[in-house]
Every structure is written in C-alpha cells, then in structure tokens.
Design a protein around this ligand. Structure first.
Ligand SMILES: [Zn+2]
Length: 371
C-alpha cells in the first residue's frame, strides 16, 4: 500500500532578509489568491486543467509570475470547492473563503530542493524560482530525525507547503501488504488510561495529569503551548507502545458525525466528557491509524454504542452495569474494570461482525468469554 507522510523543517536558519522576502511573496500570493477566489465565486469555478492565459491573467496589478498565478488560481479553486463541500447542507450560511496569506502550496514548477554539497553547510536549499519580479529565493533546510526516517523509507515528492516559519515536505512510502496474522487488539479510549486494551493492559495512565496541566494554564500562554506539546508527545509515545505489542489488527470506536446535531453526538458527548476531549481524541486516533498504516497493521472501527455497559460474558446491556470505574453485570455478576471491559466489547463487536472472521480473542484473563 502506498501512503503519503509529511515532515516539517524549520526556517529558523534563514536570514532576516530572506524571511522578509518570503513574507512579501506570501502576502502577494495571498492577495492574488483572493482576487481569484472572488472572481470564481461570482463567475463559477473553471476546471483545473483549463487554466489558460485569459484566466491566469485576471489579476492585472501583480508582479507574480504567470506560473505562480496559476498555482494561486488552483488553490483558489480548491478553497472554494472545500467551502462548498463543507456547507452543502446549509448553502445559505456559506461565505466566500479568504486566503490568509500564511502559506502556499507549490510544486516543481516553482520550487526545487537541492542537496548541499559542502559538509559544513545546511543539508539542502529550497530553491524558489519563477516567482516573478526576477525574485529568486534560497531557503536553508536542515534535516532532522523524522525527515531522515521518511527520506530513507520513502520517495520525496516534489510538492511543498511553505509558510513563514517552516517548509513541509511530502514523502510517498510503499508499506507493502497488510499483515496476515490474527493477533487482534481492541482499544477503549479514556481519561484514566488513554488506552485500555483487550489484552488487559493499560497505556498512558498519566494522560489525566497531562490534560489537567493544560486546563490549569492560561489559554494561548507559553505554559499552555508547552503543556499541549507534552500531551501530544505522551499520545505519540502511547501509540508506539501499542505498535510494539506487534498486533495484526487494531479495533477502536468510531468517532464520527460530530458536526451534526444527532442523537449520536449527544450520546458520544457524554462519553467524551468522561474522556479526553474531542480534539485530543481525534489527534490520538489519527496518530494511531497512521502508525498502523506505516507498520502494515489493519485498523478498523466499530460503532460506539453501549461498549461500556454491555456484559461480555452474558451479553446483557444495562446502563446500571457501569458505576464509575467499575463494571458489574446486574444479570450474571461478572465484574471488571470498566475501561478494560469496554476494550473487550470493542474487539468482540468487530470479531462477531461481518469482517471479523479469522481473528481470535487472545490473551484474555478470563476463559468464560464466549464469542
Ligand atoms: Zn453478564
């Protein structure tokens, strides 16, 4: 399977002059992008393959090259399409998007990464040409661990996201076929442990402290940013701990439709209040899924209903089965830690479902669980 991964390199090594020049380009690029957006918004979006001279020449008072204007026109089309998609159910609330002049997506028509030959220099230079007004910009790039890892296992693509602070590179990685084994792990996400696993272990049991630390900090402060970074790092470490268990399949609860005011949202929000917060949850699931892709582990989701209140032994579902951190079945008296119980139900839901054939419930602490 082919996957695309990205890695950011800081522009902190660029001189003040270069940064200023880059800022000028970004500002003009954003302005031109907005001219295109307004035009396409009022006159309809053209197809990307039909961006001929008459369209590219619409912004008349700019020094941007035709090439970069074309890039801006493409981005304008993408932004309008994304807005239309987002508001397709409420078109009367839709507003024209605005490019904030903070980033540009460029490809080989504008940018090229040139590896540095001298050893005492930076690792490479991002060479920007055909910008317009005879401008040429060379930005110093220093590789780092993350970048080098992708560089080694993947192929670097000729597309770049440039902001005033960093350049984002993309890599295409061929991971090979998914693993064929049957070792399956169900994972419940929570606040007492970030991950409670169906193999009876818990990972990230300090996640509550990381989240409380963020809550104590003033929003947007240095301390708050530091605390958020620490939380993300803890989540990333937890992902790696799970991958080290060498699973063939990971099953989690599906997190979806949160933009709509549905029954599901109400039911989920109750769980989330008891959990780690929606953004952290999203970040965690994304990182977990990405790590699974990279390591050829299958990643599946199941519907999130009643996983914390169902008894895996007798199958009874009762809201009263769960009291705080304890699970106790009112019907058969089966007792367990509530989060570990949920992890087991998540895995069981997948295995007994239409795609679960061939997987085993492994490493269970109790034998009387019937699938
Ligand atoms: Zn029971």
């Amino acid at each position: 399977m082919k996957i695309v991964r990205s890695s950011k390199c800081s522009l902190k090594y660029a001189t003040a002059n270069k940064k200023k020049e880059l800022q000028t380009i970004l500002t003009e690029y954003g302005r031109v992008c907005n001219i295109f957006i307004e035009h396409f918004w009022n006159n309809g979006t053209p197809s990307k393959s039909k961006l001929l001279k008459d369209i590219v020449d619409i912004p008349q008072d700019t020094w941007l090259s035709a090439r970069l204007r074309k890039v801006a026109a493409r981005e304008a089309i993408d932004m309008i399409k994304a807005t239309q998609e987002r508001w397709k159910n409420k078109p009367n609330k839709m507003k024209m998007p605005v490019h904030k002049a903070k980033r540009m997506y460029v490809s080989c028509t504008i940018a090229d990464l040139i590896e540095s030959k001298k050893s005492n220099e930076f690792d490479a230079w991002l060479h920007l040409a055909s910008i317009g007004d005879r401008k040429i910009l060379e930005l110093p790039i220093k590789y780092h661990k993350h970048f080098n890892k992708y560089k080694e296992i993947g192929k670097r693509l000729n597309s770049y996201i440039i902001t005033e602070n960093y350049v984002q590179f993309s890599f295409e990685i061929e991971t090979g076929a998914k693993r064929e084994g049957t070792k399956a792990i169900g994972i419940d996400t929570g606040i007492n442990a970030l991950a409670s696993l169906s193999n009876r272990s818990q990972i990230g049991t300090d996640i509550k402290f990381c989240i409380e630390r963020i809550k104590r900090c003033k929003k947007g402060s240095v301390g708050s940013r530091r605390a958020i970074r620490a939380l993300k790092q803890r989540i990333d470490e937890s992902v790696q701990e799970i991958i080290k268990l060498d699973p063939d399949l990971i099953v989690v609860e599906k997190l979806k439709n949160l933009n709509k005011n549905t029954k599901l949202k109400r039911r989920l929000s109750k769980n989330i209040r008891r959990s780690i917060g929606i953004w952290n949850w999203k970040y965690w699931l994304e990182r977990l899924e990405q790590a699974c892709q990279l390591n050829r582990v299958k990643f599946r989701t199941v519907a999130p209903f009643y996983t914390s209140t169902t008894c895996p032994v007798c199958g009874a579902t009762d809201r009263m089965n769960r009291v705080g951190e304890r699970f106790k079945c009112l019907k058969c008296n089966h007792e367990d830690n509530a989060d570990l119980n949920a992890a087991l139900n998540i895995l069981k839901r997948f295995i007994t479902g239409p795609y679960g054939a061939g997987y085993k419930l492994e490493n269970l602490a109790f034998q009387n669980v019937q699938v």
